[in-house]
Design a binder for this molecule. Structure first.
Ligand code: CP
Ligand code: NVA
Length: 303
């Protein structure tokens, strides 16, 4: 494993290894044995979209691993003025030990990786959000014990989160049901791969999707870059909301996860979010541990 560009590139074994290491690093953090696995190393973090969790968890994660992180705003770098990704990659490879990038196009992340001598980590594109789903998987395993026989239900837009959750569920052996309005389905290639390799259902029937779920998941109706469609989407996505009525169809002990930021009253009610705040904020915390595991794995730290 050289980069983390999308979860589809990882084997089930590689995902399990990252989750195991994440659990180990979380244990070490809380038991006073924090080790400088990436001492003296530097991660560059390129952002062309906003972030709270990704930026802070990567930066703090590098610090806790004995290294350093640089926040590189896309708009203040030459890449924002048209310098090609292939040149940026070759230059940054001379200074840094790893690059994390959050941007729009998956192809830009792939191009950066192609020309980079150092690991590239995808911190979200329009296509996928692998770091978030590693943290989600960590949280599910932590709270449910295993993935075996579990049903994950995603309600909402067939966006980057839905794409990565399908791949993550199939690779860990969970069933996944995605309920989205017609015309807002996840990526067609991912659906095809998912249905061939696992138990994947795509439907516009929210209730059928929620039936018997162990984990209920949702995300915003309008992602970063889709702000202009927000009003239209509010119409199209009416009913694609996790509320207490829908929760009655899931298992009694079902968890609720949300990658955040959340829009209360749209994809999730305030009531459900607050009732499951413990799970949702544990999920946010696990970004830190899962990403530390990714960085140690990719950036050559000792375990
Ligand atoms: N969930 C997530 O990626 O959050 P940020 O956009 O705040 O990084
Ligand atoms: N789908 C959302 C996820 C944010 C973490 C977005 O891309 O804006």
């Amino acid at each position: 494993m050289k980069h983390l560009l999308k979860l589809g590139d990882l084997s089930s074994r590689e995902i399990t290894d990252i989750l195991n290491l994440a659990d180990q690093l979380k244990f070490e953090k809380y038991h006073g044995e924090r080790k400088p696995y990436l001492g003296g190393k530097t991660l560059g973090m390129i952002f062309t979209k906003a972030s709270t969790r990704t930026r802070v968890s990567f930066e703090v994660g590098m610090y806790q691993l004995g290294g350093n992180a640089l926040f590189l705003s896309g708009s203040e770098m030459q890449i924002g003025r048209g310098e090609p990704a292939e040149d940026t990659a070759r230059v940054l490879s001379k200074y840094l030990d790893g690059i994390m990038i959050r941007t729009y196009k998956q192809s830009e992340v792939e191009k950066l990786a192609e020309f980079s001598d150092i690991p590239v980590i995808n911190g979200l594109t329009d296509y996928c959000h692998p770091c978030q789903v590693l943290a989600d998987l960590m949280t599910i395993r932590e709270r449910k014990g295993s993935f075996k026989g579990k049903k994950l239900t995603f309600i909402g837009d067939g966006n980057n989160m839905a794409n990565s959750l399908i791949v993550g569920a199939v690779k860990t052996g969970m069933e996944i049901a995605v309920a989205c309005p017609k015309g807002y389905e996840p990526d067609a290639e991912i659906i095809k791969w998912g249905t061939q390799n696992g138990k994947v259902t795509i439907t516009d029937d929210v209730k059928a999707a929620a039936e018997g779920a162990d984990v209920m998941y949702t995300d915003v109706w309008a992602s970063m870059g889709q702000e202009g469609e927000a009003e239209l989407r509010k119409e199209k996505f009416k009913g694609f909301c996790i509320d207490s009525e829908l929760m009655k169809l899931a298992k009694k002990d079902a968890m609720v996860l949300h990658c955040l930021p959340a829009h209360r009253g749209e994809e999730i009610t305030a009531e459900v979010l607050e009732a499951h705040a413990d799970e949702i904020f544990a999920e946010a915390e696990n970004r830190l541990h899962a990403q530390k595991a990714v960085m140690v794995t990719l950036m050559g730290g000792k375990k």
